[in-house]
Every structure is written in structure tokens, then in C-alpha cells.
Design a protein around this ligand. Structure first.
Ligand code: HEM
Length: 414
């Protein structure tokens, strides 16, 4: 029988929570553990070589939040915060209730919860660690299609939260935010979603809000060069990954990664008026099943040279999959792991339009060999770009996973 631990083990955590926590703990101790389904009981280990939430299958609900260190907070406060946040993430991902939780996740299990922590460029100045800032955190170049809101971009610290139960994801966000205490102030926060695991007959690639099958040609963990593309190597990495600008070492980032975060609004009212045939040519894949327009099924390799009977290319010259593919960009490769978002409607001169799109997240060992060259190319004119607006942006160095007894970022901050 699968049971939630919030009633039993959670009570132990609550008892450590001080006087008011103890009262709540008494109440919880009397509760029988909640029976769970396999989705609710699924726990993703917090400890490991890499942080959870990078190769973890996409969860149904996600939150992204950036914090700035509070005025006067420096390295010591940052270290204490990362320790506090790591303890919280471990506790919650084991399905234990937080002592100070509002209670939204009370009768749920871990539900695949992951929390992933990253450091923005400014974090290193604020903590006096500029000499250990990795070279890969050089600011992203400006792109012509950018319409970025600075207030919803960047940040000293970044959190990615995912869970298969929206109440669990919210509970984690709320608890982590409260436990930032006096050390850090929320800068921006965004929420997203994906298909619920188990909702289809078999695991399928996600669909985005334009209706396309999305994620097909992502690198796969079983690919021989996967780790090299996604994770910063232990030593001898490219200058941008494991080194600091000017020559030193950012060895603390070994086993980590770089996350590029972009809030990309989709111009859905425009998109919905485009014919199915044109929509498919914009991407280079069929909308129904994600198969390439060069033939086959979803997983069939794209044949970029395939010609139609009239001599034109089956995958048009400006098709998104042609322009974004590694072979068009000197091998540039990233792992895309995004969430859709819908925040109601925006009032525009043309009337209300959906404030909806993709909270795009790309993971790579080196942004200069992943996101940057590909977005440069897309920006010069892929068919999809004219239906998109990049509204916020962040680049974060994501440390490797914490070993047992360690907190995330300890190798940098201790
Ligand atoms: C592929 C949609 C933004 C890079 C795809 C595919 C779709 C898609 C439907 C084909 C299926 C797949 O292989 O996943 C979108 C949408 C976007 C977006 C709706 C914005 C809202 C971006 C951005 C980048 C990017 C900003 C990187 C800068 C890629 C790459 C591929 C891809 C590398 C795989 C190409 C291949 O090797 O076949 N995208 N994309 N996409 N996209 Fe995007």
C-alpha cells in the first residue's frame, strides 16, 4: 500500500519546528497516513551527482522564481540560505511536510517534486565571489526579437520547482519563499504546466500551446555524448564551462549545468489563423503526430535534403527544426525542458490577447555551444520567430547535485 508520509514522518519534522510547530504536529500525528497512487508516492532523490529537475521527466506543474540577496546580505547569509533551502527541498522531495507549511500539500506524497537551484551573474558580486564566477555567465547577447522586461529577468538566485500535483508544487514554492527569511527578496515568479503523466496510453512527448509535439529531437540521456552536451565536466572543460573569465577555475561547477530561461509569449491569435499546412511548414513537422515533413513517424530522423516532386525542400529553408538543428549550428546542442504558461489575457490596442506561451528552459554545459548560437540563427529569420515574443530572460549557473550531508552550492560558498 502506498501511503503519504506527511502524517507520520512529517510530524517528526514538525516537532523540530518550535512551539507553534509542536501544536500542529500533535494534530498531524493523529492523522492516518493518506493512501496514495503511484503518481503521488513517486519520490525523486534530492541527492546525486546532478541536481534533480534536469533529466527528470517533465512534471505536470512548475514554478520558476528568482530572488535577489537582501541589502546587506553577503556570502555567509547566502550559504545559510542555500543550506536552509537544500534541507527544505530534501525534506519535501521525500514527502515530509514542512513545519511552517500552509498545508496545501498536506495529504499528498512527494508527487515527483524536484527543486533546482541556480546562481545568476550578480550573485557573485553580491557575495564577494566575482573571482569564482564561471565564464559561461557572461551576459547573453541582445537579439533583435527581444522585448525583455528587466524586472522579470535575471536575478541573484533562481529556483525551478516541478511536481505532478499542483498543490505540492505550490506548497514547495510557498515554503521555500517563506524560508528565504531576511536573506533574499523575491524578484519575479512565474508558473507553468505540462500534460499530467499517466493521462495518455503511453509516455508521449509534450505538446505546447501552439499544439505541436515538442521535445522529440532532444538529446537523450542514453546518447553517448549526452553528459558532454548538458553537464559541466570535472576539469579541462571549455573556457566557458569550467573556468572563470581571466583564467581561474570554476571547479565548484563540475557536474553542474547552465540554464537559459526565456519567457516566450506565443502570438496565438495570429497563429490560429494560419492554415494547418503553413503551420506544419513553419516547424517542419506534422502537427498530428510530430513526424518530420520528410516522412516517417515522430522519431524518424529528419531528412533535410528530401525534395518534393516539384523540386522544393520537404523541410523548408526557414523551418524551425532546420534552423535550430545541431547540424545547422556547428553541433550546438541543448536539452530543452520547458513548461507552458497561461496568465490570463493582456489588454492590447487590438483587444484582449492570451498571455500564454512557453517558459522555455535550455540546459547545456556551455551556453556558447548551446542556446546562444542557435538563438542567433533563429533570430535571423526562422519561420516560427514571427509568432513569438521573448519577454524575459535569465542565465544561471546551476551547481552539481549535493552529496549526502552537503547543501547545493556548498563547494562554492563554504
Ligand atoms: C525543435 C517548438 C523555441 C531550439 C522544436 C520543435 C518544436 C519546437 C515543435 C520540433 C520537435 C522537437 O524536436 O522538439 C518551439 C516553440 C518555441 C521554440 C513553440 C517557442 C515558443 C526554441 C528556442 C530554441 C529552440 C528559443 C533555442 C534557442 C530547438 C531545437 C530543436 C527544436 C534545438 C530541435 C531541432 C532538431 O534537432 O531537430 N521546437 N521552439 N526552440 N527547437 Fe524549438
Amino acid at each position: 500500500r502506498l501511503v503519504g508520509t506527511a502524517g507520520a514522518a512529517g510530524a517528526a519534522g514538525l516537532l523540530a519546528g518550535g512551539a507553534s510547530g509542536a501544536v500542529a504536529a500533535e494534530a498531524l500525528r493523529d492523522e492516518a497516513p493518506t493512501p496514495l497512487t503511484s503518481i503521488g508516492a513517486n519520490g525523486v532523490p534530492f541527492h546525486g551527482r546532478h541536481q534533480a529537475g534536469i533529466t527528470t521527466p517533465l512534471q505536470a506543474a512548475g514554478h520558476f522564481a528568482a530572488f535577489d540577496l537582501a541589502p546587506g546580505a553577503g556570502r555567509a547569509q547566502a550559504a545559510a540560505l542555500l543550506k536552509r533551502w537544500s534541507d527544505t527541498a530534501r525534506e519535501l522531495s521525500e514527502g515530509r511536510a514542512a513545519a511552517d507549511a500552509t498545508g496545501s500539500a498536506r495529504d499528498a506524497g512527494p508527487a515527483g517534486l524536484t527543486v533546482t537551484f541556480g546562481f545568476g551573474r550578480t550573485f557573485f558580486d553580491r557575495t564577494g565571489l566575482a573571482d569564482r564566477r564561471p565564464a559561461g555567465l557572461e551576459p547573453l547577447p541582445a537579439f533583435s526579437a527581444d522585448a525583455l522586461d528587466a524586472r522579470r529577468s535575471d536575478g541573484d538566485l533562481w529556483l525551478q520547482i516541478g511536481a505532478d500535483d499542483a498543490l505540492v508544487a505550490f506548497g514547495a514554492l510557498r515554503t521555500l519563499q517563506r524560508r528565504a527569511g531576511d536573506a533574499a527578496v523575491l524578484r519575479w515568479q512565474m508558473s507553468g504546466f505540462n500534460r499530467t503523466p499517466g493521462a495518455t496510453d503511453r509516455p508521449r512527448s509534450a505538446r505546447n500551446l501552439m499544439g505541436q509535439v515538442d521535445g522529440t529531437n532532444n538529446p537523450k540521456p542514453e546518447d553517448p555524448d549526452f553528459a558532454g552536451h548538458v553537464f559541466v565536466p570535472a576539469s579541462g572543460g571549455t573556457p566557458a564551462s569550467g573556468a572563470v573569465a581571466g583564467g581561474g577555475s570554476a571547479e565548484w561547477l563540475a557536474g553542474g549545468s547552465y540554464a537559459v530561461f526565456r519567457r516566450i509569449r506565443m502570438l496565438l491569435d495570429t497563429w490560429d489563423h494560419v492554415s494547418l499546412e503553413r503551420q506544419e511548414r513553419v516547424i517542419g513537422r506534422r502537427k498530428s503526430d510530430g513526424a518530420p515533413l520528410s516522412g516517417g513517424e515522430e522519431t524518424t530522423p529528419v531528412d533535410m535534403n528530401k525534395q518534393l516532386p516539384d523540386g522544393s525542400l520537404a523541410i523548408p529553408g526557414d523551418a524551425h527544426v532546420r534552423v535550430a538543428a545541431p547540424e545547422s549550428n556547428g553541433g550546438a546542442t541543448m536539452l530543452r525542458r520547458s513548461f507552458s504558461y497561461h496568465d490570463g489575457y493582456l489588454d492590447t490596442r487590438d483587444g484582449p490577447v492570451p498571455d500564454a506561451g512557453l517558459l522555455f528552459v535550455a540546459w547545456q554545459a556551455d551556453p556558447l555551444k548551446g542556446f546562444v548560437p542557435v538563438q542567433r540563427k533563429l533570430d535571423r529569420g526562422d519561420g516560427l520567430s514571427r509568432f513569438l515574443r521573448h519577454e524575459s530572460s535569465g542565465l544561471f549557473a546551476v551547481p552539481g547535485g549535493a552529496a549526502a550531508g552537503e547543501y547545493v552550492g556548498q563547494r562554492l560558498l563554504e
